[in-house]
Design a protein around this ligand. Structure first.
Ligand code: HEC
Length: 387
């Protein structure tokens, strides 16, 4: 055991170093002018709680809800670490980045100081592990399980996001097809989804002048429920039920002409070294008897790279799509979809993905397509916040 006297002196001087930053609403890098030996004991590693109490509690409060304005003397609202809805969705790596480099590294305010000169990433992780305790429930899937979104394979993680996807065929008649997806999370495990497709396509026959036609496609409504999640196993499994409504004009090629029920399972798995896997399987069950049911399965394998230690995230992925009408003699359609997802802004809550969907068989009737999406995780701030 180490003498508690050393501990409390060390804690007091770290707290003093932090208090010095309080009256300054300017960029601060705590402790860069003083050696870390002045402020934390070197004989035994400090616990997460000790680090938090010494370095963070002055602003974030001993209970994690944020110290009152009258005490901190600045107007920037403090996050509420005791709110599971907020705290559970932030991956530890992002929080370590903010605590090590200061708020601006993720587009937050400069009042959140940089502790990189004083505390190691390991010590910050311990403080953040302690912060995790403020939520007090493990029902909420952790943000680490919110893997980069593939172009087709649906995520298992419940999200608050808006995704706009545009698809353009690389061959054949010109077209610009769009899909706007709105996802809203409810509580720890549920999510509502609304899908609105719309587009324009040239319906002219070969050799004729272009004849553009536009319209709304078949809208869909879905409900997702997380069945299982575990940070230790790095996995998450969800069940979704989706109803696709015949809102599109079938004769113009914008709709299916019938309501369809689409139940599916989606699975996410964290793999070593920044790699990850998504898998999804389900069926499309048309409401009318004259249509054939279809089964589908999709998987995406990817890996995330970051620019430097704290920068932009790049996630190349390769996706495989399979689908088959559920009747004897039907052929299975296979597609390969290489793609690159990247974070677009500093806060990393706006992302883009560029993909090519390449049919592997029946290529005389199925075309290669180029797809682009922009994803906005609106829980983390406005679209134009944190660039
Ligand atoms: C000088 C006051 C102050 C101190 C000391 C402080 N913080 Fe902060 N912190 C803030 C403020 C203010 C924000 C909100 C910034 C914003 O929203 O622009 C913040 C935000 C954060 C966030 C970002 C949360 C999010 O929205 O994703 C994390 C993580 C964080 N602090 C961790 C820590 C840790 C860990 C410590 C101690 C090692 C610490 N802070 C010490 C003031 C402080």
């Amino acid at each position: 055991m180490h003498p508690t006297g050393l501990r409390s002196t060390a804690r007091a001087s770290l707290a003093a170093a932090v208090m010095l930053t309080l009256p300054l609403a300017a960029p601060v890098a705590v402790g860069q002018e003083s050696g870390r030996g002045d402020v934390l004991p070197q004989d035994a590693p400090a616990t997460g709680r000790e680090i938090y109490e010494a370095a963070c509690a002055n602003c974030h409060g001993s209970d994690g809800t944020g110290a009152p304005k009258s005490r901190v003397g600045f107007d920037t609202p403090l996050p509420d670490f005791s709110s599971c809805n907020f705290a559970s969705r932030e991956p530890t790596a992002d929080w370590v980045a903010v605590a090590h480099q200061g708020g601006p590294v993720r587009g937050f305010g400069r009042v959140m100081p940089a502790f990189g000169g004083l505390l190691t990433p390991d010590e910050l992780e311990r403080a953040i592990d302690y912060i995790r305790g403020f939520c007090g429930s493990d029902d909420w899937p952790r943000g680490e399980l919110n893997l980069p979104r593939a172009m087709f394979t649906e995520k298992a993680y419940p999200e608050d996001e808006v995704v706009w996807t545009t698809t353009v065929p690389a061959e054949g008649n010109a077209a610009v097809m769009n899909e706007l997806v709105y996802e809203r999370r409810f509580g720890a495990r549920n999510q509502l989804e609304v899908v609105a497709p719309f587009g324009f396509r040239d319906v002219s026959a070969a050799g004729e002048a272009a004849n553009w036609n536009g319209g709304l496609g078949d809208m869909a409504l879905g409900w997702k429920r997380v069945l299982f999640h575990g940070l230790e196993s790095g996995s998450i499994l969800s069940l979704t039920g989706e109803v696709i409504l015949p809102t599109g004009d079938e004769s113009d090629g914008f709709g299916n002409g019938t309501a369809t029920f689409e139940p599916f399972l989606s699975y996410g798995q964290i793999l070593p070294n920044g790699a990850f896997l998504h898998a999804q399987t389900g069926a499309e069950i048309p409401a009318t008897d004259d249509r054939t049911e279809e089964g589908f399965w999709r998987a995406a394998l990817g890996k995330t790279f970051t620019s430097g230690d704290w920068g932009r995230a790049w996630s190349p992925m390769i996706e495989v799509l399979g689908s088959r009408e559920l009747e004897s003699g039907a052929t299975t359609h296979w597609d390969l979809v290489p793609q690159l997802q990247m974070t677009l802004n500093t806060r990393q809550h706006v992302m883009g993905n560029v993909a090519v969907r390449i049919p592997m068989n029946d290529t005389d009737v199925r075309q290669t397509e180029v797809l682009v999406y922009v994803l906005w995780d609106y829980f983390d701030g406005g679209f134009f916040a944190g660039w």
